[in-house]
Design a protein around this ligand. Structure first.
Ligand code: C5P
Length: 229
């Protein structure tokens, strides 16, 4: 039976958020944001190990206590210039532990509200899939095409459009090969598509939001509080 592993690229600076520290360390419900992200993965019984990929210059990690997350968690200070590079570097370190057909779940550090139900749904849906896939939600809003003056010039059809989330789950060998060959992508599924394959879209939930702007942090806090009740 193939095993499941997780890689969390967390070497970004969070420039769009505009905070003094990388957004993954911002306080959220009494812990650093990334604590909740890692906790969701470490609690999942199917996942054997969780690698978090940090920047070699990271000075924040060691200022927090991660021991309560348990022994599944391993820290790698090998983040790259881009998200794809960070994932490739993490996969390279994981090589000694992982077989080519084992599953790797790549999950954004900045998605702290991932539920066990969504994780299980992803793993179940892809268990026998020849390609792999990702959590995603159909686009709900009407989409506008803007000109340079920020005026709407067209309404784009949203049929068949989905918003990609994470985790994105692919077999180790395929993922490493695809990412190495297509480094300009913004997510793992993009590399798989560029390799000519079609990742499966597993319907997720909008609560699995990515914290990008300050308002997202308030929303994430409400979602986490709601889960506790
Ligand atoms: O910037 P964005 O929110 O799209 O980043 C997605 C994820 O990729 C974040 O968890 C971020 O820390 C990570 N990342 C990384 N290495 C980079 C850039 C982003 O691990 N060089």
């Amino acid at each position: 039976m193939p095993r499941h592993y997780a890689i969390v690229p967390a070497a970004g600076s969070g420039a769009r958020f505009g905070a003094e520290m990388p957004k993954q360390y911002l306080p959220l419900a009494g812990k650093p944001l990334i604590y909740h992200t890692l906790s969701a993965l470490c609690r999942c019984e199917r996942i054997d190990r969780v690698w978090v990929v940090l920047s070699p210059d990271d000075v924040w990690w060691r200022t927090h206590d991660w021991a309560p997350l348990g022994s599944k968690l391993e820290t790698l200070f090998c983040g790259g210039e881009t998200r794809a590079e960070s994932v490739i570097n993490g996969l390279a370190v994981a090589e000694t532990a992982v077989a080519a057909d084992d599953w790797v779940l790549v999950h954004d550090a900045a998605r702290p509200c991932l539920s066990q139900v969504m994780l299980a749904a992803l793993c179940d849906a892809l268990a026998d899939d020849p390609v792999g896939g990702l959590l995603a939600v159909p686009v709900a809003d009407t989409l506008k095409r803007a000109d340079a003056a920020q005026r709407a010039v067209a309404t784009e059809p949203r049929d068949g459009l989905w918003q990609a989330q994470t985790p994105q789950m692919f077999r180790y060998g395929l993922l490493l090969q695809a990412l190495t060959g297509h480094r300009g992508v913004t997510d793992e599924a993009g590399a798989i598509e560029a390799a000519g394959l079609k990742p499966r879209l597993v319907r997720g939930d909008t609560s699995n939001l990515k914290v990008t702007y300050p308002a997202d942090l308030c929303l994430a806090e409400l979602i986490l509080q709601g889960k506790k009740r």
